[in-house]
Design a binder for this molecule. Sequence first.
Ligand SMILES: Cc1ncc(COP(=O)(O)OP(=O)(O)O)c(N)n1
Ligand SMILES: Cc1nc(C(=O)O)sc1CCOP(=O)(O)O
Ligand SMILES: [Mg+2]
Length: 212
Amino acid sequence: MNETRSPRGLYAITPDESVTARLLSRVDAVLAAGATWLQYRNKLADKAMRRQQVAALQPLCARHGVALIINDDWRLAASMGADGAHLGEDDGELAEARAALGADAILGASCYDRLELAQRAVAAGASYVAFGAFFESATKPLARRATPDLLRKAASLNVPRVAIGGITAENGRQLVDAGADLLAVISGVFDAPDPAAAVRGYLACFQSATAP
Ligand SMILES: Cc1ncc(COP(=O)(O)OP(=O)(O)O)c(N)n1
Ligand SMILES: Cc1nc(C(=O)O)sc1CCOP(=O)(O)O
Ligand SMILES: [Mg+2]
C-alpha cells in the first residue's frame, strides 16, 4: 500500500455520486494516475448505499495499493475493515475512534483554521491533521478560511499535514511550499473533464517544492 505514515501527494475525495458504476470508473482513473489516498465522502447517500459503495471501493483501492479512508463515520470504517476514518468537529470523539480502529488505522481530524484543534487532535489519537479551507470552495462555499502560515506552524506536531478547500493545480504549490504533505481535493479532480490529467496536475505541485 502507498505510504501511510509519511504520505505525500494527492488525497482524492469522492463526490456525492449515487451511481456506483460511475463512481468506480472515475475513482479507477484517479488512482491509476497516482493519487496517494482516497477518502470516501458521500453526503447524500443513506447508510445502505454508503456500505455498498465502500464495499465496491475496497477491492479497487486494494488493487491500486491505495488506502481507503471513510469520512464522518468511524463505526462504518471499523465494521468494514477500512484503512481509516476522517472526523470533523461533529463526527464524534477521536479517542473513541482510535480505540475502535486500532493503532495502525489512519485517523484524520478536521482542524479548520485552528492550530489548537490540531494539537488536541494529535493528543487524542489523530494520525494526520487537516486545515482549510485555503481557497473559495465550490463544494463548501461557507467553509472557514485558513492561511498557509498555519501549515508552517503545524510542522511541530510531527504528523502529516493535509490542506483542503478550493485547491487547484495552480494554487496548490504554495501550500506544499508551506508544508502540506497532502492536497485534499474533490471538485478539482472529479469535476475535471479528464480526472487523470487533473491528478497529474496536482502531483506536479510536489515537484521541486521548497518544503521538506
Ligand atoms: C481531508 C479532509 N479534511 C477536511 C474534511 C472536512 O471534514 P468535516 O469538517 O467533517 O466536513 P465534511 O467533509 O463532513 O462535510 C474532510 N472531509 N477531509
Ligand atoms: C469537505 C471540505 N472540507 C473543507 C474544510 O475546510 O474543512 S473544504 C471542503 C471541500 C473540498 O472540496 P473542493 O476540493 O471541491 O473545494
Ligand atoms: Mg464530517
